[in-house]
Design a protein around this ligand. Structure first.
Ligand code: GDP
Ligand code: MG
Length: 391
């Protein structure tokens, strides 16, 4: 059987002092890999220090050493997008690695990455934040803080703690992930280091399997890191935006918005009906207005993926009314039981506004919350029940 092909992509910008040692050590490891056909692709942006000329010379020494030369500096993301396109489409790679030219990434870990890929993972991360991994001791407080707190912040905002090292630049990426994710990363925002987090987040959102391999990040020997404020700003913008989009797509969020609109409809129309009708009737009409509003918005927004057919409208609207009635009964029942068994008394007074909370308020709030649970259950399990695809 033909061996699968893995290409180590190394972007370089002024890495003349590092690239020789890097290639030396990478090739020493690649020679020990038996079940993959391996090669290296250096993506250089016509570095002023002429890194690319050195690479051209080294091509005589190493087999399967490719060079992709960009006319001008395209940023880290730009370099990886071009490098991956070249590796997958021209060099026939099945898998690529992202690897720094400065030996911060320990090449001895490459076989472990390959094992994780062979085990069925699509994307493997070299991780500094799982046992067996670390960041350099000699990093300044500033850089340590940025990396540790930055990663923690990303974990929290994206509420995903499965991945510990979101910003790592040491990765193995299979072709499927590249094909699914890269078309969404072509804008200017991803041309720099934000490419890394955008790539990873989109891969996870699309359900690709991600694994981590620990490694000790070594500080670069020569030269300076090219990371800058562009990165921090664009990364912040990216994760905030990604999170907001996730929230807006969330069914429970939509359910809550629709419910609030319903409450607003009920309160405002009540004022109008009261001018025209006796209070009981006005009250009923206002509630029914909210029910209709909730039914329509839930059907076309919250459960837009399970939209009802028009012939179902009548029976489902009846069910919807029963469900809404059910939550009113729940609220009444809780108020009634609370009053009977615990009684009505003041709990505490809010300072400044001097507003006293009593147990009656508490029963009402508890009733509304449980009523909401009931409503969401009835909507998602009965009225807009998930249909099995097979008919
Ligand atoms: N081709 C190319 N490579 C870049 C660019 N910016 C950074 N690199 C390379 O990407 C790798 C990571 O950059 P580095 O400055 O070490 O970032 P750090 O490890 O996060 O501090 C290094 O090999 C750099 O030479 C760029 O604009 N173009
Ligand atoms: Mg580096």
């Amino acid at each position: 059987m033909k061996k699968k092909s893995a290409i180590i992509i190394i972007p370089t910008y002024n890495e003349r002092e590092n690239i020789t040692a890097t290639l030396e050590q990478v090739y020493a490891v690649l020679r020990t890999v038996k079940n993959w056909q391996c090669g290296v692709l250096v993506v250089d942006d016509t570095s002023p220090d002429k890194t690319y000329e050195l690479v051209k010379k080294l091509q005589n020494k190493y087999s399967n050493l490719h060079l992709f030369l960009n006319k001008r500096k395209a940023g880290l993301g730009g370099a990886y997008l071009k490098g991956m396109a070249h590796a997958f489409n021209e060099l026939g790679a099945d898998l690529v690695f992202q690897f720094d030219a400065d030996l911060s990434h320990d090449p001895k870990k490459i076989p472990q990455f390959l094992k994780k890929i062979e085990a069925g993972n699509d994307l493997v991360l070299g991780s500094r934040y799982i046992p067996g991994g670390s960041i350099p001791d000699n990093w300044g407080l500033h850089r340590k803080f940025l990396s540790v707190i930055g990663n923690l912040f990303i974990n929290i905002v994206l509420t995903n703690f499965n991945v510990r090292d979101w910003t790592t630049g040491y990765r193995a990426v299979n072709k499927k992930v590249y094909q699914a994710v890269s078309p969404e990363l072509t804008t200017e925002r991803f041309s720099g280091y934000t490419f890394q987090i955008g790539f990873l987040h989109k891969a996870i959102s699309k359900g690709f399997k991600v694994a981590e391999v620990p490694f000790h990040f070594k500080d670069r020997n020569f030269g300076k890191s090219k990371i800058g404020p562009e990165y921090i700003k664009n990364t912040l913008l990216y994760i905030m935006k990604a999170r907001l989009q996730e929230i807006f797509k969330n069914r429970i969020f939509k359910f809550l918005v629709v419910g609030s609109v319903g409450a607003f409809v009920q309160l405002s129309t009540l004022q109008i009906w009261r001018l025209l009708f006796p209070f009981q009737l006005a009250f009923f009409l206002a509630i029914e207005g909210a029910v209709i509003s909730n039914f329509i918005f839930n059907n076309f927004w919250t459960f837009s993926d399970r939209k009802l057919q028009s012939k179902q409208y009548f029976s489902k609207f009846l069910q919807f009314n029963l469900a809404s009635g059910g939550s009113i009964i729940i609220q009444q029942l809780i108020a009634f039981l609370g009053e009977m068994y615990l009684g009505l008394f003041d709990l505490f007074t809010l300072p400044i506004i001097n507003f006293t909370i009593d147990t009656g308020t508490m029963y009402a709030v508890v009733g509304i919350l449980i009523g909401m649970f009931w409503n969401f259950f009835a909507y998602s399990k009965i009225i807009w029940k998930k249909q099995n695809k097979a008919h």
